[in-house]
Write a protein that binds this ligand. Sequence first.
Ligand SMILES: Cc1ncc(C[n+]2csc(CCOP(=O)(O)OP(=O)(O)O)c2C)c(N)n1
Ligand SMILES: [Mg+2]
Length: 371
Amino acid sequence: MSPQITPIADTAQDLELSERILTPDGQRVANPQLDPYVADVDAAQLRALHRDMMVLRRIDAEGVALQRQGQLGLWAPCQGQEATQIGTARALAPQDYVFPSYRETGVIYARGAEPGDYVRMWRGEEGAGHDPEALRVAPLQIIIGAQTLHAVGYALGIRHDGADEVAVTYFGDGATSQGDVNEAMIFAASYQAPVVFVCQNNHWAISEPVAVQSQYPIAGRAPGFGIPSVRVDGNDVLACMAAMRWALDHARSGTGPAYIEAVTYRMGPHTTADDPTRYRDAEELESWRRRDPIARLEAHLRALGELSEEHLAETQAAADDIARRMRAECLGMVTRPPLAVFDGVYAEPHSGLERQRDEYAAYLASFESEA
Ligand SMILES: Cc1ncc(C[n+]2csc(CCOP(=O)(O)OP(=O)(O)O)c2C)c(N)n1
Ligand SMILES: [Mg+2]
């Protein structure tokens, strides 16, 4: 079965036009298309999703604090996007391969990142904070949309090998305007690549609002490429998980790519180098606070009588413990000499790179002679 819910005959970027299973106040509503995909999710699994989102929010807050304290060069917060990232990433099979953007802290968390993995890249110690092969997650991509092409290329390899894998790529609403993303969709559709596109519509591309970026709901574009899509409430973790299970099933079955637009909100700044009060209203932020994805699941669990004080205390302790280890790892990192940046670029000696290395060594030495 395929949701095939789009296109949406409305030009508004209205959240009400997205599919949901939990309402913002935590009530469960029937969704004939998505319900079958989460029929097995019991109270224990709901609590595990709640725990994931709580831990992720704590990791994110620690990343912001470490940057503010001068320990990281930059941090890209994901507060508000926990349901999208956890709901979709918890639907993945171990063998699937993810191609993320810089904001996917929750995705690398769900794939088993260690505490130091969250900060290593943002501290400038390594090109990738985590081991891509161990997590089956490519390095976080800073070039907007480039990872969608990498995902499709990888997916064509999966198809060629007949492997039981799906490539998954995450990108933002702003990225949908990039040529790379549109080219990736055309290739994926033309060659029936087993790839899932996950667009996190967090309403902003730095200071550019999505309403200016796209005159039509983003999920509605995918069918024009021949890619079935669904637009989900990205602050509803169950809807996100259901949509992702549908999309993964579709891609794994050999019928080509699938597309999800998760409608969510970036509650913090674009990065720690940004001040969102310069371009968006406090009222808008407040309206999204009322749709907080964690509060929504908590309200649902409470209504079920499944949210105990023990669970909350254990979750808080686990979140604090990860944050403490993340900080300790970060402060304990030993920065390599600047010239080490040239190591590991090529397996064999390379004359061009050696020339650059010598030039850079001479530049560094020029400071020593001045001293
Ligand atoms: C090719 C390219 N152009 C411009 C930038 C600068 N830039 C960094 S983030 C960003 C906005 C991205 O917005 P969106 O795709 O919605 O993702 P979000 O940051 O909201 O997660 C831009 C323009 C870049 N990194 N790469
Ligand atoms: Mg965005």
